[in-house]
Design a protein around this ligand. Sequence first.
Ligand code: ADP
Length: 238
Amino acid sequence: MISVSDVSKVYSLESGDFYALKNNNLHVRKGEFVAIMGPSGSGKSTLLQLLGGLDLPTSGQIVVDGVELSTLNEKERTLFRRTKVGFVFQNYQLLPMMTVGENISLALSANNAPKAKIKSVVEKLLADVNLQGKESAFPSQLSGGQQQRVAIARALAMKPSLILADEPTGNLDRKNGEDILKLLSKLNKEEQITVVMVTHDQQAAQTADRIIFVRDGLIVEEGRKGGYQNETLANRMV
Ligand code: ADP
């Protein structure tokens, strides 16, 4: 599903070249749920942005669902993001002036889907995330957990094969965080959607099949589910 080969991301700074990621390799199978952990500034978000085609690597190859991302032009990359990848962010990134229904259907509208189809897709997605009847509400009228569920519904609108989540539970209390993880896990198991999730939360990471640790721009270690005690995970975060 995802193949990262010898990928580096270099930022040119006044002080010289800075490697946010250095010569990394990573393979994720279709239907896998992978957590990425590591200290702040280690390159986790950069990696997620590259996987989602939000940015391009300085060198190396990234293939997602059979598509080599650096061969795409700007327009093709936008289409790739819109149709193949669902993004979920820590701060939800819903548009405040739009209703829940409009936020969820943005990509469908952009692809000129008919109104009736949009309505039925929005209703189904709201049911999937347990927010029936909220299509006319505005994001500010919802709790954080509800907003994140809207964001997940939006991510699912185009039936993506991949969900990329950057600290999806970072702004939520434990109960709401657990609900979001359960939802991601359900989508992963039942719909075979591949999930790659950056998290600081050890319990959240244990939801994944595999945990990948990033440090100073390098993927340094991988662990299988249940292979780490929380204490060990905590040591990897500093
Ligand atoms: P993490 O998600 O693990 O906290 P990031 O991927 O956001 O880390 O950042 C990795 C490193 O790359 C950090 O040192 C950060 O300052 C640097 N970085 C990220 N984006 C840019 C940019 N646009 N220009 C320069 N440096 C950047």
